[in-house]
Design a protein. Structure first.
Length: 211
């Protein structure tokens, strides 16, 4: 009878399979970490550039866009922390990301209202130039995160954040063009309000996708 030999072979096969799965899982985690680190560095740089340019250009839309990138950076940090953790931890991270994004959206909406009340004089050329640079950076990041679109909750949240940034960049470019064409600050204010509303919408989508 060869039952003992078969049991040993089965056990060895299971161990080899589990070891292979663990190696594959760890390799995927490491790749996720690498992508999130690149996205984090790029977004932090563009947050600084966008905020400085937004203040100097007196642009509501640029400032809103820069803080959207800061929110992305926070989401990438949370995503890095969650890699390799339990499913419950990842869902909690996604929830926190959604809440942070919602708070940011409300803040941007309020800031746009404040600038509408007190007035502003946005510089269209700076708006368009910085928004184009941001669009290039965010498009690269969105491409890097493309596999996260159908990933786990914490990774899917980072993809949604980045998608929101791309839309916001396009909005700033359009508003800058209208500020130049119409010689009016209203397109900048409208873009600021719109970015705030869109950010809140994306936050709600993240929270709905959890669980």
């Amino acid at each position: 009878m060869n039952f003992p030999q078969k049991n040993v072979e089965t056990a060895l096969t299971k161990r080899l399979f589990m070891a292979d799965c663990c190696c594959h899982h760890e390799a995927k985690n490491e790749e996720d970490r690498k992508i999130l680190k690149i996205a984090l560095v790029l977004n932090l740089l563009m947050f600084v550039v966008g905020l400085i340019a937004g203040v100097l250009a007196d642009s509501t839309a640029l400032i809103a866009d820069s803080f959207d990138m800061l929110a992305d950076s926070l989401a990438y940090c949370l995503g890095l922390i969650a890699v390799g953790k339990s499913s419950l931890f990842k869902e909690r991270v996604a929830t926190l990301s959604g809440i942070l994004l919602l708070v940011l959206g409300v803040g941007l909406f309020i800031e746009a209202g404040r600038r509408a009340w007190f007035g502003s004089s946005p510089e269209s050329s700076s708006m368009i130039a910085v928004a184009c640079l941001s669009l290039i950076v965010n498009s690269v990041v969105l491409y890097l995160l493309r596999h996260f679109r159908k990933g786990e909750a914490h990774l899917h949240a980072t993809w949604i954040f980045t998608r929101a940034d791309v839309i916001a960049n396009l909005g700033v470019i359009l508003s800058g063009s209208l500020v130049w064409a119409l010689n009016s600050h209203y397109p900048d204010l409208i873009a600021g309000f719109a970015i705030g509303l869109y950010v809140m919408k994306e936050a709600i989508e993240i929270l709905k996708n959890i669980g």
